[in-house]
Design a protein around this ligand. Sequence first.
Ligand code: HAM
Length: 359
Amino acid sequence: MAKLSTDPYKGVRDFYPEDKFVQNYIFSVWKKIPELFGYEEYDASILEPSEIYREKSGDEIVNEQTFTFTDRGGREVTLRPEMTPTLARMVAARKRDLGFPLRWYSIPNLFRYEATQRGRLREHWQLNVDIFGISNISADIEIIILANKIMEVFGAKQSDYEIRLNTSSEDEAPLNNVISELNKSGIMNARVDRTLARGQAYYTGVVFEFFDTDPKNPRSLLGGGRYDNLLEIFGGELVPAVGFGMGDVTIRDFLETHNLLPSYKPTTNLCIIPTDLMLVDELVKLLMSLRMSGVNVAVDWSDRKVGDMIKSADKNRIPYVLVFGEDEVKTGKYKVKNLKSGEEKTLKKEEIPSFILNF
Ligand code: HAM
């Protein structure tokens, strides 16, 4: 039988725990900052009727980059290449019931049939932050300040990236105002770039991108702008809107390039290594009490040599191990070992949680 490849599909990623750890870290900042600015989370399916991208998502995305198929009922379906049309559809559907200004964010996974390269994959996650219902530049400024706050919380210095602004109108004055307002908020790395062009056709005003200044990672970290007419594809009244999308691939590359990634820590705190599986009743009592106190505990049930079990725990980077056998049951004292430092401490059951969780 021919052996199957273990590679993922071209241009998509597997997330091993180390990768998921990084992604969760990125998502935690992506949730914290929009919420700090009063934005609520929304979500939708990855499947959309193909027609919602046809007019406004830009020729390259629609004609060359969508994963589109016909379903069994003859409908044309697309895996979403971006979130903005979905968001516009959701807002248009409930326009009368929603309170404006409406501040929403989401972290969808998106699919684009790209020629894959560094920073460009076929599936990525993208933070989307959008505000609806404000036609003056206060909204554009708020959105850029919010995006900048995310960079700051990731630990980036202003010299690490540049904010490039342009406008689809002839009038450069909505632009200089934006820059002077950003300056007032201490944001000094914004400049007008008349060559900046966005891929989508729906932008109507200020557009912007945050660009990595390191030559190793010459990529746009996020992009967005004002799109006051997108709701017209759904009929009814227009609602002015401005927002941006920030990708997880490019921000991860950015954090790596600038040495800003936190190092991996598994969520498991402790691995118990039983030397005698006959003692399971006593072991379960210990497990229950540790878990009640909030310690994340795994047990190695493999019944191998103690040394091999400790090696496995170490491979998975579990910080603490506890060898559990007859002595421990008899004395009610447990040796807890920190695998990294080698430090070992003998503790009573009730002392273990505070030692491991450092409180
Ligand atoms: P976009 O410029 O197409 O805008 O994408 C925004 C960001 O998503 C890019 O700056 C990049 O970080 C990331 N990105 C895009 N395509 C890929 C890819 N193939 N692989 C990895 N990362 C990628 C939009 O999608 C707009 N809908 C954003 C928006 C929201 N405008 C208003 N609201």
